[in-house]
Design a protein around this ligand. Structure first.
Ligand code: PBG
Length: 326
C-alpha cells in the first residue's frame, strides 16, 4: 500500500506541538470588556439574560475596573443606564450624567493602565430608545442627532475617555466627532468607529441590560445583514472621516464581513461579540448542552482568526485571567 506522503496529523500529536504551531492566540491585551453602570444603584444588579454580567454601582464599577486592569485586558467600554430619560437624551450630554460620572470615576481609579472607551450613543438616554433624536414625523433625524453626538463626545473626552465609540450608525458621525474633539482641544482622544454595525437580533440581552425603551427596530440606521459591500463603503467613509480604529458588530454571524474589512483596513480592526452571542453560550452551557470554556475560547479565537486585532467581549476578564492560555 502507498503511505500518505503528507501527514498533517504530525503537527497535532501533542499539546506542546499544537501550541508551537498555533497561528492565533488570545492575549489579555486583545480583550475589551463592556461594562454597565446604573445611576442610583446601591447594589450591583444582575442582568437576567446575561448571567454573570451586572449593572454596576459607581463603587462596584471602580472595583471591577481595577480587577480588569489586574487581568491585563486591553480596554474597558462603558455604558450608562440613567434614572431619567427624555426625548433628546440630555443625560448623555450632561457632565453629571451617569456615564460621564462613571468615566471620571474609572479614569481617576485606573489612570492610563488600560484604554477607557465611552459608548457615544443616545439610545440609553432617550425615552423612545432610538440612537438619535426624532423629527416631527417620528423618524430618526440624522443631522440633528449629529449635533447632540458632538456635544456628547466632547463631554466624554473631558470626563476622561481615551476613545469614543459612536455606535449609533448616523451618517457623518465620525467626521462630526473628530471636528468637535479637535475644536475643544481633545485632539488626542481617538475614535473607534462602529464601521459595520448590523441590525441584529443578537442585541436582545443588551437591551435588557440598559433597560431599553425601544419599540420597533433600528433598520433605518443599522445595516441590513444581507449586505457585505455596504460595509466596505462604510469603511471607506469612516477612514475618510478620521476613524482611528474600526469595528464590525456583531461578530459570529459576520465573520466574512470582519475578514473583508481586515483585509483592506489600514487601521486596527475590532469586533464586538455581542450580548446575544454571550447569552447563547451561557444558556446552552447552563443546560449542560455545551462545554462552556471550550466554546468561549473557540468563538473568540475564531473572531481573532477572522481578522480582529481587538475583541470586545463580556468574557474579556475571564479569558485574560485563565482561558486564553494555549
Ligand atoms: C447602542 C448599542 C447597542 C449595543 C451596543 N451599543 C444596542 C443596539 O444597537 O441596539 C449592543 C451590544 C450588545 O448586544 O452586546 N448604543
Amino acid at each position: 500500500m502507498a503511505f500518505p506522503a503528507q501527514r498533517p496529523r504530525r503537527l497535532r500529536t501533542t499539546p506542546a506541538m499544537r501550541r508551537l504551531v498555533a497561528e492565533t492566540d488570545l492575549a489579555p491585551r486583545h480583550m475589551v470588556l463592556p461594562m454597565f453602570v446604573r445611576e442610583g444603584a446601591t447594589e450591583p444588579i444582575p442582568i437576567s439574560s446575561m448571567p454573570g454580567v451586572v449593572q454596576h454601582t459607581r463603587e462596584s464599577l471602580r472595583k471591577a475596573a481595577v480587577e480588569a486592569v489586574e487581568a491585563g485586558i486591553g480596554g474597558l467600554m462603558l455604558f450608562g443606564v440613567p434614572e431619567v430619560r427624555d426625548a433628546r437624551g440630555t443625560g448623555g450630554v450632561d457632565p453629571n450624567g451617569v456615564l460621564n460620572v462613571a468615566l471620571r470615576d474609572v479614569k481617576a481609579e485606573i489612570g492610563d493602565a488600560t484604554v477607557l472607551i465611552a459608548d457615544t450613543c443616545l439610545d440609553e438616554f432617550t425615552d423612545h430608545g432610538h440612537c438619535g433624536v426624532l423629527d416631527e414625523r417620528g423618524r430618526v433625524d440624522n443631522d440633528a442627532t449629529l449635533a447632540v453626538y458632538a456635544e456628547m463626545g466632547v463631554a466624554q473626552a473631558a470626563a476622561g475617555a481615551d476613545l469614543l465609540g459612536p455606535s449609533g450608525m448616523m451618517d457623518g458621525q465620525v467626521g462630526v466627532l473628530r471636528e468637535a474633539l479637535d475644536g475643544a482641544g481633545h485632539e488626542d482622544t481617538g475614535i473607534l468607529a462602529y464601521t459595520a454595525k448590523y441590525a441584529s437580533a443578537f442585541y436582545g440581552p443588551f437591551r435588557d441590560a440598559v433597560e431599553s425603551q425601544l419599540q420597533g427596530d433600528r433598520k433605518t440606521y443599522q445595516q441590513d445583514n444581507a449586505n457585505l459591500r455596504e460595509a466596505l463603503r462604510e469603511l471607506a467613509l469612516d477612514l475618510e472621516e478620521g476613524a482611528d480604529m474600526v469595528m464590525v458588530k456583531p461578530a459570529m454571524a459576520y465573520l466574512d464581513v470582519l475578514r473583508s474589512v481586515a483585509d483592506v483596513a489600514d487601521v486596527p480592526v475590532a469586533a464586538y461579540q455581542v450580548s446575544g452571542e454571550y447569552a447563547m453560550i451561557e444558556a446552552a452551557a447552563a443546560n449542560g448542552w455545551i462545554d462552556r470554556e471550550r466554546a468561549v475560547v473557540e468563538t473568540v479565537t475564531g473572531i481573532r482568526r477572522a481578522g480582529a486585532d481587538v475583541v470586545v467581549t463580556y468574557w474579556a476578564v475571564e479569558i485574560a485571567a485563565r482561558l486564553g492560555e494555549r
